[in-house]
Write a protein that binds this ligand. Structure first.
Ligand SMILES: [Zn+2]
Length: 339
C-alpha cells in the first residue's frame, strides 16, 4: 500500500486539477472573485503570497489576508467531502492519542475561559467545531451545560457521549434563542469561514450580554508566518480562505458589536529551527513548491543540522520565545471578547 504522504499528495493534486486546468488557468465555474476585502470592503491590497497558483491578498486597511478568487461554495463542500479529507482525518481525529497538541491547546483555552466565569454550574457553553470533543468533555465534567455545532457525521457519534445538545448545521441556520449562551468558543474555525461578518453577527446575537467569546486561530502576523509565507502549513487555499491577526480580528468583531477584552499568544513553534524546517521541507499543504538553487538548499540543510545541536537548540528555543513575547508575535492567538 502507498504511504500516507503519497496518498495524500495524489488526492490533493486531483483536487487542484478541479480548480486549475492543465494550462494553469483558473476554472471560472469553481471559484468566486471578491475584488474587495470580505470584512471592510476596501479594494486596495498587497499581494501576501501566491501558493500553487492561488493568490492571497492582504487588505491595506484592516490587514486581513484573504484568498481571491476563493473556491465557490460548491467547490469548498466538494473538497470537504473529498478523499483528501478522509485521508487527513485518519490522523487528525480518529487516532486515539491522548494529550496531542490539539488537546493541550484546548485545555489551556479552557483555563482562560474559567477565569472569566465565576459560577459554572448550569451556564450554557457552545463550542463550534469541537472535533473529538476534548474541550467539551472537560467543560461538561466541570458543570457547564455544553452545546456543540458539528457537521462531520462520525464525529457527531462520538460527541453524543458528551452531550445531547448537538446542532448538525451551519451556525447561520441553527435555531437558537437570542442571548442564549454564556460562553462561545471555537478553535481553528475562523480561518475556514469565507464570509465572516454574518457569521460573527450570529455569534453576537446568541451570546448573552456580558457573555464571553474566545476565538483561537493562527496569527498571520506571527514571526514564523512572516518568515515563511507560502511555505507555512496554514496557507492552505482549499480550506483557509482567510488569515487573521489581532488587529484584523478585532476590526471584524468590533464591527458587529463585540468588545475586545484580552489577547493571549502561544509563543511556541516560533523558533529559527521551525522556520528552517518549513523552508527546507515544504509542508503537506504545498503541492508544487518551486525549485530552489542547490546552494540555498545546501545552506538550509546545514542550518537545520546546526540548529538541532543541544546547546544551539536551547539558545534558539529561549531566544525565539523572548523575541516573540517582546513583540507580541505568537504563532497562535486566543482573543477574548465580551458582549
Ligand atoms: Zn479589510
Amino acid at each position: 500500500m502507498e504511504s500516507y504522504d503519497a496518498r495524500y499528495k495524489k488526492a490533493l493534486i486531483k483536487e487542484h486539477s478541479k480548480i486549475f486546468d492543465s494550462n494553469k488557468s483558473i476554472i471560472e465555474s469553481a471559484v468566486e472573485k471578491l475584488n474587495e476585502c470580505p470584512v471592510c470592503k476596501n479594494k486596495q491590497y498587497k499581494i501576501y503570497c501566491v501558493k500553487d497558483l492561488f493568490v492571497h491578498k492582504k487588505c491595506t486597511n484592516c490587514g486581513l489576508v484573504y484568498l481571491d478568487p476563493k473556491l465557490s461554495r460548491e467547490a469548498t463542500l466538494a473538497f470537504y467531502n473529498s478523499e483528501v479529507n478522509e485521508i487527513y482525518n485518519e490522523k487528525k481525529f480518529h487516532q486515539l492519542v491522548e494529550n496531542a497538541p490539539d488537546d493541550l491547546e484546548n485545555y489551556s483555552n479552557y483555563k482562560i475561559i474559567k477565569k472569566y466565569i465565576s459560577d459554572i454550574k448550569g451556564k450554557r457553553l457552545l463550542e463550534i467545531g469541537p472535533g473529538k470533543g476534548t474541550f467539551l468533555a472537560k467543560a461538561a465534567s466541570d458543570g457547564f451545560e455544553v452545546h456543540a455545532i458539528e457537521l462531520n457525521k462520525s464525529l457527531i457519534e462520538k460527541l453524543k457521549k458528551i452531550t445531547n445538545h448537538i446542532y448538525t448545521d451551519d451556525l447561520e441556520n441553527i435555531n437558537v434563542a437570542e442571548n442564549f449562551f454564556d460562553v462561545i468558543y471555537f478553535r481553528d474555525v475562523m480561518e475556514h469561514i469565507d464570509v465572516p461578518v454574518p457569521f460573527l453577527k450570529k455569534v453576537h446575537k446568541i451570546l448573552k450580554p456580558g457573555g464571553v467569546l474566545l476565538i483561537d486561530t493562527h496569527n498571520i502576523e506571527s514571526l514564523v508566518n512572516k518568515a515563511t509565507k507560502e511555505y507555512h502549513t496554514v496557507i492552505f487555499p482549499f480550506e483557509h480562505p482567510l488569515h487573521w491577526s489581532p488587529d484584523s480580528l478585532n476590526y471584524a468583531c468590533s464591527s458587529v458589536g463585540f468588545i475586545k477584552n484580552n489577547v493571549f499568544f502561544d509563543h511556541h513553534y516560533q523558533t529559527l529551527a521551525r522556520i528552517v524546517e518549513y523552508l527546507y521541507h515544504p509542508s503537506f499543504t504545498f503541492i508544487f513548491p518551486p525549485q530552489r538553487s542547490k546552494f540555498f538548499t545546501f545552506i538550509l540543510g546545514r542550518m537545520e543540522w546546526i540548529l538541532s545541536k543541544g546547546k544551539v537548540k536551547r539558545i534558539d528555543d529561549k531566544f525565539s520565545i523572548f523575541i516573540s513575547k517582546l513583540f507580541g508575535k505568537g504563532a497562535k492567538m486566543q482573543m477574548l471578547f465580551t458582549k
